[in-house]
Design a protein around this ligand. Structure first.
Ligand code: ADP
Length: 191
């Protein structure tokens, strides 16, 4: 299965990606996790991404497109993958379309997790308190405000982009974790 999970920061994309990974044996590809690993490793990409991520902006498209293109070619993606945090704007979505076509692949669905902003702030504050080893560098009020702004301005238009292509499925991301994963199974027809 090849999926995109779409939704604002704190919507539960990572949580649902992990559940789908276990259920269906497809690999979670989180650009946020990959970029944080690059920052921690001090690689060239990490050095470029660090400050941008800390202030809640998007890292340049060519960086994330390159990372995903390489990652999709790894053997563990042969049985499918779940894109979590990518694409994040229309340019990335267009690059993804071209990339998949080049590789002879196609998406099964784009699942949108719908959550109100008010709930997101509370969820991310809770995550900041509970994260082992301390909060993420961008889980603070300032960066979160920026991430939500960026989501509405740049990522939310993808709802229309994929809606027009007829591949968008929307679930209520405000329900509890099991309920959300049941809704996802239902819209994917794998319940
Ligand atoms: P969240 O969705 O909770 O905000 P992520 O872990 O998905 O967090 O992303 C954290 C940060 O990593 C983003 O704010 C951004 O700076 C960077 N990032 C992740 N994915 C992308 C992407 N596809 N394009 C550009 N920047 C990205």
């Amino acid at each position: 299965m090849k999926l995109i999970l779409l939704g604002p920061p704190g919507a539960g994309k990572g949580t649902q990606a992990k559940i789908l990974e276990e259920k269906h044996g497809c690999t979670q590809l989180s650009t946020g996790d990959m970029l944080r690993a690059a920052v921690a490793a001090g690689s060239e990409v990490g050095l470029q991404a660090k400050e941008i991520m800390e202030r809640g902006d998007l890292v340049p498209d060519e960086i994330v497109v390159g990372i995903i293109s390489d990652r999709v070619d790894e053997p563990d993606c042969a049985s499918g993958f779940i894109l979590d945090g990518f694409p994040r704007n229309v340019a990335q979505a267009e690059a993804l379309d071209a990339m998949l076509e080049n590789k002879g692949l196609s998406l099964d669905a784009v699942v949108e997790l719908g959550v109100d902003d008010k709930i997101l702030v509370g969820r991310i504050e809770k995550r900041a308190q509970e994260t082992e080893g301390g909060p993420r560098a961008d889980d603070n009020v300032e960066a979160l405000k920026k991430r939500l702004e960026v989501y509405h301005a740049q990522t939310a238009p993808l709802i229309g982009y994929y809606g027009d292509k007829g591949v968008l499925k929307t679930v209520d991301g405000m329900a509890d974790i099991d309920d959300v994963s049941n809704q996802i199974a239902e819209v994917l027809g794998v319940g």
